[in-house]
Design a protein around this ligand. Structure first.
Ligand code: ZN
Length: 156
């Protein structure tokens, strides 16, 4: 049975390029946060590592296995993370999540760059989780980073 997502050929090409030649794939030795995420329904796995200095992400790397959508999405995401402020990374994750849930305005946001190639996936509910896996990892990494910053701060 053919369960492949039917996307326009242009977008399909961008996705396949990232899948075959992923950006920022590998270990990050001096990561400040490491998050592992999996999507059991599809068998996708991602380990995202960030190096955060002050309020800026200075490095982003990942390793993972799984379908082309999950791996291309996280590859595209890491391209946009380097040099980005933590708050801006959170905004990016929110924009992309909105797009995957069918938000037309988010889909027209050029700051999403290559990630816009994934907008067609929003029509295929079972694959949305694949596209969002890397961003779920990112949001968890941002949360943990914020918690670490809070340590030793004012009492709750
Ligand atoms: Zn998948």
């Amino acid at each position: 049975m053919n369960t492949d997502v039917q996307l326009s050929s242009l977008y399909q090409q961008v996705i396949l390029d990232h899948y075959r030649s992923p950006k920022n794939k590998g270990d990050l030795d001096d990561a400040t946060v490491t998050v592992f995420m999996e999507n059991p329904t599809c068998g996708d796995e991602i380990r995202l590592q960030l190096k955060v200095e002050g309020d800026e992400i200075t490095e982003a790397r990942f390793v993972g296995t799984g379908c082309s959508i999950s791996q291309a999405s996280v590859s595209m995401m890491t391209q946009l993370l380097k040099g980005r402020k933590l708050g801006d990374a959170g905004t990016l994750a929110e924009r992309f999540t909105s797009m995957m849930h069918g938000d037309k305005e988010a889909a027209g946001d050029r700051s999403l760059k290559d990630l816009r190639a994934l907008q067609g996936v929003s029509k295929f509910p079972v694959r949305i989780k694949c596209a969002l896996l890397g961003f779920d990892a990112l949001q968890e990494a941002l949360k943990r980073t914020a918690e670490n910053h809070d340590e030793g701060g004012a009492p709750a």
